[in-house]
Design a protein around this ligand. Structure first.
Ligand code: CAA
Length: 240
């Protein structure tokens, strides 16, 4: 039977490319999403991939949704923690809600998904947890104390959980994308984005498929010896 992969925030952007790539690799793929029903419907129509709607930042909702996925589709073998939001602004202008929304979604979501899937992976002695971090978690970014803290937290979370999962055949890795051509990056003011792209040695934004390729590498059977690592895919913008 095909292994089951759940990709959070899987209906758009990087998540969508990950879903399509993992489906091509032979996984049974499920995409979660939080709010955009129209995008989710179009995604399923175009890809045939089923979606489940829940807020990964909500612990109880995530446990319930993952239990439902396990019952309706099969035990979860691969988790791709991709769901993420931005609420950019300098510290002086950032509200507590903007801090908290980003922390609970981007970092809390990783904890909530791991809690839902890790025990089953341990029992079956096989699992892949792949966390989507960010160049901005590695290097920091003006106007993103919330996002940079959450993404940096993802990298620490990855290294700690990798140590716990190793004896059970569960690998835990992170990918740190640079600036990728998605709606999230398109929301950066044009004059700011121009300056950022000018600092990317490859000279362009990345494509979502270029991140998906890294996920495919980490999710593979042959990835069993890769754990606790961070794969930076950023066009050379930050060499870590
Ligand atoms: N370093 C130093 N100073 C900077 C700076 C930087 N990187 N960026 C801006 N400033 C300065 C400006 O020069 C300006 O100074 P002056 O007034 O003296 O000219 C001052 O800070 C205010 O700049 P803005 O006019 O841009 O301020 P704002 O309050 O309107 O906006 C902001 C601030 C919301 C942070 C805006 O600059 C912004 O959106 N920046 C982009 C942040 C970003 O890169 N987000 C990434 C989103 S995509 C993503 O996160 C995906 C991923 O993983 C890569």
């Amino acid at each position: 039977m095909a292994r089951v992969a759940v990709v959070t925030g899987g209906t758009r952007g990087i998540g969508r490319a990950i879903c399509e790539t993992l489906m091509g690799d032979g996984f049974t793929v499920i995409a979660s999403y939080a709010g955009n029903d129209d995008a989710a419907r179009a995604f399923t129509d175009e890809t045939g991939i089923a979606t489940y709607k829940f807020d990964v930042g909500d612990f109880d909702a995530t446990q319930q949704a993952c239990a439902k996925i396990a019952e309706e589709v099969g035990p979860i073998d691969v988790v791709v923690n991709n769901a993420g939001i931005t609420r950019d602004g300098t510290l002086l202008r950032m509200s507590y809600e903007e801090w908290d929304d980003v922390m609970r979604t981007n970092l809390g979501g990783c904890f909530n998904m791991a809690k839902a899937a890790f025990e089953g992976m341990k029992d079956r002695k096989w699992g892949r947890i792949i966390n989507i971090g960010s160049i901005n978690g590695q290097a920091g970014q003006y106007g993103q104390v919330n996002y940079a803290a959450a993404k940096s937290g993802i990298h620490g979370f990855t290294k700690a959980l990798a140590q716990e999962g190793a004896r059970y055949g569960i690998t835990v890795n992170a990918i740190a994308p640079g600036y990728i051509d998605t709606d999230m990056v398109a929301a950066v003011p044009e004059n700011v984005l121009e300056k950022i792209v000018a600092k990317i040695p490859v000279g362009r934004l990345g494509q979502a498929s270029e991140i998906a390729r890294g996920v495919s590498f980490l999710a593979a059977e042959e990835g069993a010896f890769v754990t606790g690592s961070t794969l930076s895919i950023n066009g050379g913008q930050h060499m870590y």
